[in-house]
Design a protein around this ligand. Sequence first.
Ligand SMILES: *[C@@H]1O[C@H](CO)[C@@H](O)[C@H](O)[C@H]1NC(C)=O
Ligand SMILES: *[C@@H]1O[C@H](CO)[C@@H](O)[C@H](O)[C@H]1NC(C)=O
Ligand SMILES: *[C@@H]1O[C@H](CO)[C@@H](O)[C@H](O)[C@H]1NC(C)=O
Ligand SMILES: *[C@@H]1O[C@H](CO)[C@@H](O)[C@H](O)[C@H]1NC(C)=O
Length: 428
Amino acid sequence: MPPRSLLPTNRSDQQLTFSQPGRRCLPSAAARWPSRMVRLRVSSTTVAILLAIQTGFLLFLYAHHGSFLSPSAEKPARVHVLIISSWRSGSSFVGQLFSQHPDVFYLMEPAWHVWGTMYQNSARVLHMAVRDLVRSVFKCDMSVFDAYMPWKRNLSDLFQWAVSRALCTKPACEYFERTEITSERSCKTLCGKYPFSNVEEACKTYSHVVLKEVRFFDLRVLYPLLTDPTLNLKIIHLVRDPRAVVKSREQTVKALTRDNGIVLNTNGTKVDDSQYKVMQEICRSHIQIYETATLKPPEFLKDRYLMIRFEDLVRDPLAEISAMYRFTDLQLTGKLENWIYNITHGQGPSRRKEAFQITSRNAVNVSQAWRDLLPFEKVKKVQDVCKGALNILGYQLVDSEKEQKDLSVELVLPYRRNQFSWVSFGDE
Ligand SMILES: *[C@@H]1O[C@H](CO)[C@@H](O)[C@H](O)[C@H]1NC(C)=O
Ligand SMILES: *[C@@H]1O[C@H](CO)[C@@H](O)[C@H](O)[C@H]1NC(C)=O
Ligand SMILES: *[C@@H]1O[C@H](CO)[C@@H](O)[C@H](O)[C@H]1NC(C)=O
Ligand SMILES: *[C@@H]1O[C@H](CO)[C@@H](O)[C@H](O)[C@H]1NC(C)=O
């Protein structure tokens, strides 16, 4: 783990960064950003010294006692991160937060190829193929794609390859340096023709392999990866208010019909989700994953599971991103911090609407849009099928249209990660 104080951690950082809906905008938010970075650097020097002392002490211990290392410390140096989420929950955005990091080899939804090839099966049957593909990719063994792609293939045959900064920079693509922030568009123009073997070659040069998947519905499927001594797996579980998810799914109905069929096991028949049967499955899976990880979790899950709510992320990106980076042993660089500031404030070059584009502008507004746009009748139905998930993940139900539309009524309950429990209102 990197030292705690390197990164802004506590919730009191919140007032330094972004305003919240229904609250007064802090005019100085932008102006204060640089001062936070200065503070960060000062403390990082102190921490570096402390770290050096600590390292020396540990080496001393090691020399004298030999095998004091715990089993988890024997895990391989490469860190494997799996972001599990569901459709339209902000996972592309979270994926980008990792993808743009210069230490990270990132692929978005590699198991798309599994589902695409075997679409007549159920999600449950495909779990194992998906898991084995994920395991191979973590180990940078890309031969696993032989089953799902033509033999003569190039890098651009990978699903959403151009959102992966690692596939757009050296050594995968010679046009960009790996410390650059890449854009999907320029990458598509310049990097598509490279041979597929560059994927594997690039992967092997990174300390972190990060994958994002919406295709796991049960945490227990991942147990063999957690206990695999050749993997050092960290799981980030990204959730979002199911009512907002439904609103967002309505904008992409067509694109989701094949996956819906797989979730509902329809033998290859495409279906829309007008009855919220898919939503019900998604909500059920979030409960299963969260409860499995937090109520009497097995020992091997210790320090390997982190739940993130999309709403917390858009309200206080830096605090949540810092928590995710800390959890996965990544350092937040000044350049990344600037970029994050840009994308969460609607600045910078990437404002075009692209197919799976991260929606960054007015992210807080976007996360609340369902309250304006989703008819109360639908809200009630979603609350019916997702009641358990709403409760467990800390989202308040609404009893009336009035309550739904009144943005001064807070529906996202504060969550204190450290204590792993919900705090009541007014506590902060
Ligand atoms: C590789 O990608 C380019 C550009 O996307 C495409 O035109 C070409 O046919 C691909 N080559 C192979 C062997 O698939
Ligand atoms: C699934 O669909 C295929 C054709 O698309 C059909 O041959 C097969 O019998 C179906 N299986 C079931 C269990 O309905
Ligand atoms: C952030 O946005 C500013 C203004 O558009 C731009 O000059 C700068 O290069 C951007 N920084 C990053 C890291 O994207
Ligand atoms: C956010 O939403 C509120 C209310 O819906 C609106 O008044 C405000 O202009 C929006 N802000 C931005 C930056 O779009």
